[in-house]
Design a protein around this ligand. Structure first.
Ligand SMILES: *Cc1c(COP(=O)(O)O)cnc(C)c1O
Length: 247
């Protein structure tokens, strides 16, 4: 059946994706980085599976999931045979087993306790789970993640765990960064990432610096991000009160 609003939605998502990809490539070019060196993730929180499938149809090959319950309610409807799914939200240890066989990376390892629990769940499942450490780079009380000064020690311990392969770092920068153009948090992340690479930890292959969202992804790319996580920029603004998309 012809549904004009569904068609308009698809047009909108397709056009937004085209613009975001162009902006990522422009930021790469401006900062002397190779074309195609930054991966685009579509963040699906509050977005219906139908709309996620539009993005998948437009060639998005990486999804980001924040909430275990929401993810479990949607993932069977995704047409994502060719795509990967990363977990990017705060993860409670008692939910690990719900996602361990459904995602190909956990980007939000925010404590040694969680790392140990993922390690043991992965061993039980007979897999090795790629992971990133989440860094609370702005030292915000409202955010989880390792304090910047604790990251390298934590990385050493976590890289040594069986069942986990450490691939790098993830952060959610303070919202003010995108508004003021202050890139100091991203620069600090870039420096930590370089230090982590240079420490050549056994059991780690440090190739991913996940930073940059709708409001700040170009700045993040200019500071060395290898993976940007974009939700509203692709799917439209989320309602701040209800968390529902406004379209
Ligand atoms: C929601 C979210 C994003 C995407 O934010 P947008 O502003 O919608 O681009 C990225 N990363 C994490 C961890 C998120 O929770």
């Amino acid at each position: 059946m012809f549904d004009p609003s569904a068609e308009a939605q698809a047009e909108l998502i397709s056009e937004r994706l085209r613009q975001i990809r162009a902006r990522i490539e422009r930021a790469c070019a401006e900062s002397g980085r190779a074309p195609g060196s930054v991966k685009l993730m579509a963040v699906t929180k509050t977005v219906s599976p139908e709309r996620v499938n539009i993005a998948l149809g437009e060639g998005v090959d990486l999804l980001g999931e924040n909430r275990v319950q929401e993810f479990l309610g949607k993932n069977l409807s995704y047409n994502c045979e060719k795509s990967q799914i990363h977990f990017i939200g705060h993860l409670q240890t008692n939910k690990i087993r719900d996602i361990i066989n459904k995602v190909s990376c956990i980007q939000s390892i925010d404590s040694l306790r969680l790392a140990n629990a993922v390690s043991s769940a992965a061993r039980k499942a007979g897999i090795v789970m790629p992971c990133l450490l989440e860094v609370n780079i702005g030292r915000e009380e409202s955010k989880s993640g390792f304090a910047p000064e604790g990251v390298l020690d934590a990385a050493r311990e976590i890289a040594a765990l069986s069942g986990i392969s450490l691939h790098g770092l993830m952060t959610v920068a303070p919202a003010v960064a995108g508004k003021t153009g202050d890139d100091s948090c991203f620069r600090d992340m870039q420096q930590l990432f370089t230090q982590l690479q240079e420490s050549s930890l056994p059991g780690a292959s440090i190739d991913t610096l996940s930073m940059g969202m709708t409001g700040d992804f170009e700045m993040a790319v200019r500071c060395g991000s290898t993976l940007v996580r974009v939700g509203q920029g692709i799917f439209g603004a989320r309602d701040v009160q209800t968390g529902l998309p406004q379209h």
